[in-house]
Every structure is written in C-alpha cells, then in structure tokens.
Design a binder for this molecule. Structure first.
Ligand code: SAM
Length: 294
C-alpha cells in the first residue's frame, strides 16, 4: 500500500473514507500534518540504526515512517484496529525485526512487552491527551527508564512536567519525572499543525535519563512521599507527612527527627523541595521506621 500524503488533511480524509476507516474522537485522533514539526520531533528522538524504539499511538504512520527511515527497530502501540490494518499495509515491506505493531490499549499492553523484550532505548509519541500523564508516570514509577523519551502533549501537562521547585506548576508529576529524567519543554506546537484541529494547545517535551536516576532505600515510601508532599498544597510538610498513611506508625517526634536528619524545614511547603531533598527525606523516614521496628 502506498503511503498517503501526510501533510494534506484533504488527502488523509479521502484515504480514510475511501477505506471505510472512520476517525474515533474517543481515541484523541489528531494527526500532525506539519512536516516541519514532525522533523523537529524526530530529530529530538535521536534515532539511528540498531536503536530499539517504541512509538505510542502511530495513527496514520507519519512519524512511524520517519522513524523507520532512520533505521530504528520500532514497536508501535495502537488501539485502533482500522489503523493497525492500515499501518500493516503501509509498512508491509519491513520484517518483524524492524517493525511490529502491538494492538490494544497501551496502558494495558506495555508491561508484557517490556517483560518480553526489555526496556527500549527510546519511547516517543504524539500522545492521546487522556492517557499522557498516566502513561508517563507508569513508566517512571515502574522503573522503565529508556535513555530518552520525547512526547507531544497538551501544553499545560508539558509545562507541569518541566516545572521547577517553588513554582506554581511544580507538582508531584514534575518531581516524579525529575527523579529519573532531565525534562525539557522544547517548543509549542500550534493547533493548526494538527488535523483535525484540537481544542487545546500542544507542546513537545524531551526527557533525557539522569546519569544516575535517584534511588532511595525504600522506593515505595519515596513514591508515596512524592505524592503525599503535594496532597494539600496549603499544608506544611509536617502536616502533609502526618496525613500520609505510609507513615502512620510514626509519632510526631519521630517525624520531626527524620525531617531534622534530612535538613528539611517542617514548616515549609512540599512544593519548595527538590526531588533530591525528597529522596533524602524518604531515606531519613525509612531509617526512623527501621529503628522503631528493632
Ligand atoms: N502519531 C500520529 C500523529 O502524530 O499524527 C497520531 C497521534 S493521535 C494524537 C493519537 C493516536 O493514539 C491515535 O492513533 C489513537 O488511535 C492512538 N491511541 C489513543 N488511545 C490509545 C491507547 N490507549 N493505546 C494506544 N493507542 C492509543
């Protein structure tokens, strides 16, 4: 099957209608019809021969085609059966060691793929807005940490991901991403770069894995703390820790001792802490808990 003209909404519409493939609004199907933007994104992904890459939501295959041109071994995760049939037709010339599609909801399929094939070198995608933050958080929380990830997202989500401590946009999601990645807000993407035109603004973000992703002695506690410190943004760190169920075995003086050991001001707000400080606090809390168990 011949590749369609990815830059022309009219030709894409004709191709879809001609094959009886209806667009499905519930799957957030907005295609990047700007070749300039596609080129900038694929450059950020930094693909070359031998690189294992995952693409989330290939749609009609415009980014897929660029990734395959650059020699990557590509696994594409797509929920829409019609698109899967279409993509299999477009890229039939590629053997399975270069290109495969996993059909289904990526939130449910990615874990078994990572167990089977290991962690890829790259993950990229123009993500459906309703699953973007959940999917990225799932990867980082599960320790699925490719060297580089590049996503197109709703602009507000991109801003939150890259936000720094002490700013209004800094959230548990920013801290979680920063625990393993250097996150960069790359550029805004105008609504007109997509077809159909979406109702929200978009942006590209890159995530480059830290040389040493932050680890704490108790990962479960570290993740609970990242969430708990932002549970109520108006509360102090001390009060947010007191409400955290993972810490309910600790009395107030023990919590204060852990904050003291980590050099954290109990009266400050969680949003002022860097993720490094959160990791130190998780370690100090874990030490205090262990002392209590003896
Ligand atoms: N990559 C294409 C592009 O940039 O033009 C299409 C991007 S479109 C915003 C999102 C794509 O993700 C669609 O192809 C949609 O069918 C697919 N999708 C939506 N929800 C999904 C899910 N839960 N799992 C896998 N794919 C999904």
């Amino acid at each position: 099957m011949e590749l369609p003209d990815f830059d022309s909404p009219a030709k894409l519409r004709d191709m879809l209608e001609g094959n009886g493939w209806a667009m499905q609004k519930k799957f957030g199907q907005n295609f990047l019809v700007s070749p300039g933007v596609r080129g900038k994104i694929i450059d950020l992904v930094d693909l070359r021969e031998g690189i294992d890459a995952w693409e989330i939501g290939p749609g009609v295959g415009s980014m897929t085609s660029l990734a395959l041109d650059r020699g990557a071994h590509l696994i594409a995760f797509e929920i829409d059966r019609g698109f899967v049939t279409m993509l299999n037709g477009f890229f039939a010339g590629f053997p399975p060691e270069r290109f495969e599609i996993v059909q289904g909801d990526v939130l449910k399929t990615w874990r078994s793929e990572s167990e089977r094939r290991g962690v890829p070198d790259r993950i990229f995608g123009n993500l459906p807005y309703n699953i973007a933050a959940t999917l990225i958080a799932d990867f980082v929380e599960s320790g699925i940490l490719p060297e580089r990830m590049v996503f197109t997202l709703q602009k507000e989500v991109a801003v939150r991901m890259a936000a720094k401590p002490g700013t209004a946009d800094y959230s548990s999601f920013s801290a979680l991403c920063a625990s393993a990645y250097t996150v960069k807000y790359e550029f805004e993407i105008k609504r007109g770069s997509f077809w159909p035109i979406p109702r929200v603004d978009s942006a590209a973000v890159s995530m480059v894995r830290r040389e040493t992703p932050l680890a704490s002695r108790d990962r479960g506690l570290f993740l609970a703390l990242i969430r708990g410190l932002f549970a109520s943004r108006r509360k102090t760190i001390r009060n947010n820790l007191r409400s955290l169920s993972a810490l309910n075995t600790l009395a107030a003086p023990e919590l204060d001792a852990a904050m003291g050991a980590a050099g954290v001001d109990p009266a400050a707000r969680g949003e002022t802490l860097s993720v490094e400080e959160m990791a130190s606090l998780a370690d100090a809390l874990s030490d205090v808990m262990k002392r209590g168990e003896r």
